[in-house]
Design a protein around this ligand. Structure first.
Ligand code: ADP
Ligand code: MG
Length: 260
């Protein structure tokens, strides 16, 4: 019953960007006494790439997890492509498939091959036939550059390769939006770029993305908008250029001073 917009207006999305695909309206979340998401209002349009940045503990992961319903919210609402996420059941599984998620720790199934990691979701959740799932998986593994590793187990791959498999696995569900929660922060430095390049490629193809990262190169290359969070609130949002060169809030200036 509350109007959608509040707080700072979002900068204009790039031309041709479409309907709101992800909408958060007055979302609040507590962990006990801790108010981790404070009245979050956020709209991400189709094809838009939003980078979320902010100090540790500011609620970035909780925000991602709430969008995917891995975390419940206390009040407010979250819509994916205009539909409210149901709280449980088959419908939740189906809607969750619309939201691909890539975590900091790759979270692959350790005892399944790379290929099975990518075919499992489509077969189990979407009812895709195994042969079709395999074909799709191989084309996605090729796209992220690890198709020659399909028969191996996750532990036999480098961190960068595993993270690219995780991206392929998420894409196999044909999500409408992809969430990335610090996808490169557990990687050795020499592997960061191979993952970021894959993500830049996705962005260029028009995937709608919400990316928690402190990789400014990625933000400058791929983001339409940077959102700065602190203490559970969206403190500031701007284009990457604007945000990195001329942050408006004291909190953002202070934070950038520490990471730059
Ligand atoms: P960020 O990803 O920005 O570092 P998080 O969303 O992980 O922040 O955490 C926000 C706050 O919520 C932190 O203070 C964190 O300790 C707390 N928190 C996160 N998950 C839980 C949980 N399951 N139970 C209790 N507190 C939590
Ligand atoms: Mg986090």
């Amino acid at each position: 019953p509350v109007p959608a917009a509040s707080g700072a207006p979002a900068p204009a999305a790039r031309e041709g960007a479409g309907q709101p695909l992800v909408q958060l309206k007055d979302v609040n979340k507590h962990f006990g006494d801790l108010h981790v998401l404070r009245n979050i209002n956020l709209e991400v349009r189709k094809g838009e790439v939003v980078v979320v940045i902010g100090p540790s503990g500011s609620g970035k992961s909780t925000l991602c997890r709430a969008i995917n319903r891995l975390e419940t919210i206390d009040d407010g609402e979250i819509l994916i492509d205009g539909t409210r996420l149901p709280s449980e059941g088959k419908q939740l599984a189906r809607l969750r498939a619309d939201v691909g998620m890539v975590f900091q720790s790759f979270n692959l199934f350790a005892h399944k091959s790379i290929l099975e990691n990518v075919t499992l979701g489509p077969v189990k959740v979407k009812g895709t036939k195994p042969a079709a799932a395999k074909e799709l998986a191989m084309s996605l593994l090729k796209r992220v550059g690890v198709d020659n590793q399909a028969g191996k187990l996750p532990a036999q791959l480098s961190g960068g390769q595993q993270q690219r498999v995780a991206i392929a696995r998420a894409l196999a569900m044909k999500p409408k939006v992809m969430l990335f929660d610090e996808p490169t922060s557990a990687l050795d430095p020499e592997m960061i770029n191979e993952v970021l390049d894959t993500m830049v490629g996705l962005a260029k193809e028009g995937m709608t993305m919400i990316v928690v990262t402190h990789e400014m190169g990625f933000a400058r290359k791929a983001a339409d908008r940077v959102i700065f969070m602190a203490d559970g609130q969206i403190v500031e949002q701007a284009t990457p250029e604007e945000f990195f060169t001329n942050p408006k809030s004291e909190r953002a200036r202070d934070f950038l001073g520490k990471i730059l």
